[in-house]
Design a binder for this molecule. Structure first.
Ligand code: GUN
Length: 298
């Protein structure tokens, strides 16, 4: 039995953050200011609060300015849209990220639509998703772009490969499929309602699992030698310690490891890439806004 490689997303992300920090220093030397990222957190969701704190820390560590806006869950739509308008007009702010999910009474699409597409470092605005779809330069959602970087690092040229994306969210599945298509993969988007998912997944040279169901994708579904990117972050009861929980992905990794040539672990695979790519997108947005060239290879 051969054992596949575990892809070290943590190390790759650290390297990317270092590259971004160098680009930030060059940007500051050229323009006299650091790129700025504004993060808006509405409500008290503890997981979101942890993400936002980490984003803030890593933004500062990369030499950028971090602006944080915490608002109560009871905020009205008008007040939130006013804040976004203010950030759109603030020359120190190159990137705007509104942490999702938002409380139910707020219309996420309307909030995203209010963000200046040039500052939309999440790549969620329809202008950016449209630009990605037609092959124009765009700000691209962080998690799928991070997955693509890991895939290219592992496989080099992806042209002609069969890629199956499991999951159809606007944040991961759909943009992931667009990115793989742009790399000339043959792309299938499968999801929780796909019939005979096992045989669809079995076709794939590349599997990207972003369906949000713990260990749904079984080891024997994987074609021998495939590369698997597991985007899932699912909290489940820990069978080894009563009353404790643990994080698992969307792929049954312990089974899959003997089928794959390489797979991202959970945690330590895709997770660390998201913030690193967010910093990258912020630098890219800052360069575009300032009319300076973005560093090569980002
Ligand atoms: N919530 C979960 N992932 C993301 C993300 O990539 N961006 C934002 N804004 N919210 C999220």
């Amino acid at each position: 039995m051969t054992i596949g490689k575990l892809i070290d997303g943590k190390a790759f992300a650290a390297g990317l953050r270092e590259q971004v920090a160098e680009g930030v220093a060059a940007f500051a030397a050229r323009t006299g200011r650091a790129p700025g990222l504004a993060v808006v957190l509405v409500g008290e969701d503890p997981a979101s609060a942890v993400y936002v704190r980490n984003k803030g820390k890593m933004t500062v560590a990369a030499g950028m300015e971090s602006f944080e806006f915490r608002r109560p869950a009871s905020i009205g739509a008008d007040e939130l849209l006013e804040l976004i308008e203010e950030l759109n007009g603030d020359p120190r702010v190159d990137g705007i990220l509104v942490q999702l999910p938002l409380p139910k009474h707020l219309d996420e699409q309307a909030v995203i639509a209010a963000i200046d597409p040039a500052k939309d470092v999440d790549g969620f605005h329809v202008i950016n998703s449209g630009r990605l779809a037609v092959g124009l330069p765009a700000l691209v959602p962080c998690t799928p772009l991070g997955c693509l970087m890991l895939l290219k690092d592992e496989l080099g040229d992806l042209a002609g490969l069969e890629a199956v994306v499991v999951g159809r969210s606007n944040i991961v599945g759909k943009p992931m499929a667009q990115l793989l298509l742009a790399e000339s993969c043959t792309v299938t988007i499968a999801h929780s309602r796909t019939k005979d998912l096992a045989s669809v997944v079995h076709r794939a040279d590349i599997v990207v699992a972003a369906v949000g169901r713990p260990e749904m994708i079984k080891g024997e579904w994987i074609k021998p030698g495939a590369v698997v990117i597991d985007v899932g972050i699912n909290r489940v009861p820990d069978p080894e310690e009563e009353g404790k929980s643990k994080i698992v992905g969307d792929v049954a990794t312990a089974e899959a490891i003997s089928h794959v040539s390489a797979i991202t672990p959970v945690p330590g695979g895709v997770g660390p890439m998201t913030i690193a790519v967010l910093l990258r997108n912020t630098l890219v947005a800052a360069c575009a806004r300032a009319g300076v060239e973005a560093p090569e290879g980002l």
